[in-house]
Design a protein around this ligand. Structure first.
Ligand code: ZN
Length: 641
């Protein structure tokens, strides 16, 4: 748990391992505003004597001794404080559209304790919407339809969430320490006072579906829309009431201890030819419980890759670029460790970072998935072709294709960089190309005490072969990027990916009937990016056949680093200045979903035609400048022929 002494121990463990393998190590400490709960209670308030307190802790599971260990309170990180009582209202997933339905049915949540199910949006958005609509408190539960018995046998008979399982998690709707927005939380820095921070103000508590059933069973009032029925064994009703609840959350925000120390670690192998250029891979080291999948699996992938690259170094194979193996603290509270680091070291990263690779839940099943910037997707597919799949029937790539069931010429789909993990600071804030991958599977122990060794050994990855495979991909990815003569970004695929987004963008403009808003300039600039990328690839292949000098390569690579940096702007998105990348961003109304061309998309959503036109012109200019960067990267290679 971030902010506890345990995190100094995991820091020391990671550093001592890396030191023992011969890496240089560094730790960075940040002082972060992070209230830890001192009291969390929920009561079902009945008429007269049947008021009773719910047992919130996750009960021990027979045969799994880890579940008997002390556990962190069931609380949502950055919940507000309070002691409130009110009628219960069931709000489905607590989405913006769910509150619109409640409005249309004449059901108000003002002063109520609202109960929402997890899923379909980031929990921080659920908290924001509940507060916006006047709820007194929010309880979020995992419905059995989403990751419980409706999906499969529950733990310990199967991998799904049992009746007592709870999904903890942060409800902060920003990245990084809310008291130091946009700059590093170094010791002694100035801070936004708590009453001005962008944090939730109502108590928000995650509960099990066992407890949700106790609260929801006897709720009556308005009938639900039919799609709002979940997997609990009774008919759901909206309320309000007659069941009432009391929710109490208190924390240490009034004490000096509200500032917690967090610790990031770095293991460094210096490059031989381009030592200033950095390839970084990282994983978060904190968790809500034992965190075997989330994120011991990612941390060991990074550690094991470090060990392998260090072995190669001892055998005389020093990578050409510098590789940094990082572990982050306080990811679970809002990507805090990585964000504070990125803000603290932004100048060096903007100048020298080649790529950031992320490992968050590297292995909890047999299904490979990957994603990131379109510039790195071809490299990840290449590496997946080289690494054998644990099923023994070929490469990770072959199995990935088989499971994705894509036709012969199509590539398996890959995820866009939205939000939700430590790549955000690198990608959304600084425009550094990122990639991530991992092996997923069915499970219902996310952010629970049951995400532990026994669950992993029985259901997630018995034998740990998928852990080892994720680590092989990590080692191969960092070495491929660190040793390439010319950085292997694929800007042809990048430009083609961009072009595929245009029809949807054009449709949303047509839907607005804005006949004078045109995407022609953006379309033309993407064409030019593609042409520049094709020309670059051709020149590169020809030049590499003739052994170009290190100086030529250095000049080309320095120019290549500017291609995706060109697609950011320092002032950021109008709605969210921290988000500088203009290609992808997390959807501000969902948190997990992704928006493409966010500056333009948000202008369209705002219904502002003039702004949309200005943003389209701005975006086109940035694609033009990315194309020019590719031209500059090509020049040194042309000159030497
Ligand atoms: Zn995680």
């Amino acid at each position: 748990m971030a902010g506890t002494p345990a995190q100094a121990r995991t820091r020391d463990y990671v550093m001592s391992q890396m030191k023992a393998w011969g890496l240089e190590t560094e730790a960075r400490t940040y002082d972060v505003w992070m209230p830890h709960p001192t009291e969390v209670h929920v009561w079902r308030v009945g008429q007269g004597t049947d008021t009773r307190e719910l047992s919130l802790a996750e009960p021990p599971i027979e045969g799994d001794s880890t579940t008997t260990l002390p556990q962190y309170p069931t609380v949502n990180g950055y919940s507000g404080e309070g002691d409130v009582t009110g009628d219960i209202v069931y709000v489905n997933y607590g989405l913006i559209e769910d509150y619109a339905v409640l409005d249309s049915l004449g059901v108000s949540v003002k002063g109520s304790i609202v109960v929402a199910r997890y899923g379909r949006s980031f929990r921080g958005i659920k908290a924001r919407e509940a507060e916006k609509h006047g709820a007194a408190a929010l309880l979020i539960y995992s419905d059995p339809q989403d990751d419980g018995y409706v999906r499969g046998d529950v733990y310990p008979d199967g991998p799904m969430r049992p009746a007592g399982g709870v999904q903890r998690g942060s409800i902060l709707n920003m990245n990084g320490d809310p008291s130091t927005p946009g700059y590093g939380s170094v010791s002694g820095t100035r801070r936004t006072p708590a009453d001005q921070m962008a944090i939730p103000h109502i108590p928000v508590v995650p509960i099990s579906y066992g407890n949700a059933a106790e609260l929801l069973r006897d709720v009556r009032g308005t009938a639900i829309p039919s799609t709002w029925q979940g997997g609990l064994g009774f008919r759901y009703h909206l309320g309000p009431g007659p069941v009432r609840a009391r929710v109490v959350v208190h924390d240490d925000r009034a004490r000096p201890t509200v500032i917690k120390q967090i610790f990031d670690t770095f293991g460094v192998i210096r490059g031989s030819e381009f030592p200033e250029e950095i390839v970084m891979i990282g994983a978060h080291r904190d968790a809500w419980g034992p965190g075997t999948a989330d994120n011991v699996s990612g941390t060991v992938s990074v550690l094991e890759a470090a060990r392998a690259v260090a072995d190669a170094l001892r055998a005389g194979k020093r990578p050409k670029r510098t590789i940094i193996f990082a572990t982050w603290d306080a990811e679970e509270w809002g990507l805090i460790g990585s964000t504070e680091y990125v803000e603290d070291d932004s100048l060096r990263l903007m100048r020298d970072a080649v790529a950031y690779l992320n490992q968050d839940v590297a292995a909890q099943g047999p299904r490979f998935g990957g994603g990131g910037s379109p510039s790195l997707r071809a490299t990840l597919r290449d590496i997946a072709r080289l690494v054998p799949d644990p099923n023994g029937k070929g490469s990770v790539y072959a199995e990935w294709r088989r499971q994705a069931a894509v036709p012969d010429t199509a590539e398996p789909p890959m995820g866009d960089p939205g939000g939700g993990s430590d790549f955000a600071g690198f990608y959304n804030h600084l425009g550094i190309p990122i990639a991530d991958w991992g092996f997923g599977g069915a499970g219902g122990v996310y952010h629970s005490q049951y995400d532990d060794y026994n669950w992993m050994a029985r259901f997630g990855d018995p034998g740990y072969a998928y852990h080892a495979t994720a680590a092989k991909i990590s080692a191969a990815m960092v070495l491929r990027l660190a040793n390439a003569d010319v950085l292997p970004y694929d800007y042809v695929e990048y430009a083609r990916t961009m072009r595929r987004y245009l029809p949807a963008l054009e449709k949303s403009i047509t839907d607005r009937k804005w006949s004078n808003v045109s995407t022609l300039a953006v379309r033309a600039s993407i064409d030019r990016l593609e042409q520049a990328a094709l020309a670059f690839a051709q020149t590169r292949d020809a030049a590499l056949a003739g052994n170009p000098s290190v100086d030529v390569l250095r000049r080309t690579n320095r120019a290549l680093l500017q291609v995706e940096r060109s697609l950011t702007r320092l002032s950021g998105l109008r709605t969210r200045p921290w988000f500088r990348n203009l290609i992808y961003a997390a959807d501000e109304n969902n948190g997990y979903a992704n928006v493409v061309f966010p500056s333009v998309t948000e202008a369209i959503r705002a219904g502002d035609a003039a702004l949309t036109s200005r943003e389209l012109v701005d975006l086109a200019a940035r694609f033009e400048s990315a194309a020019r960067a590719l031209g500059s990267a090509r020049e040194p290679l042309v000159a030497r022929r």
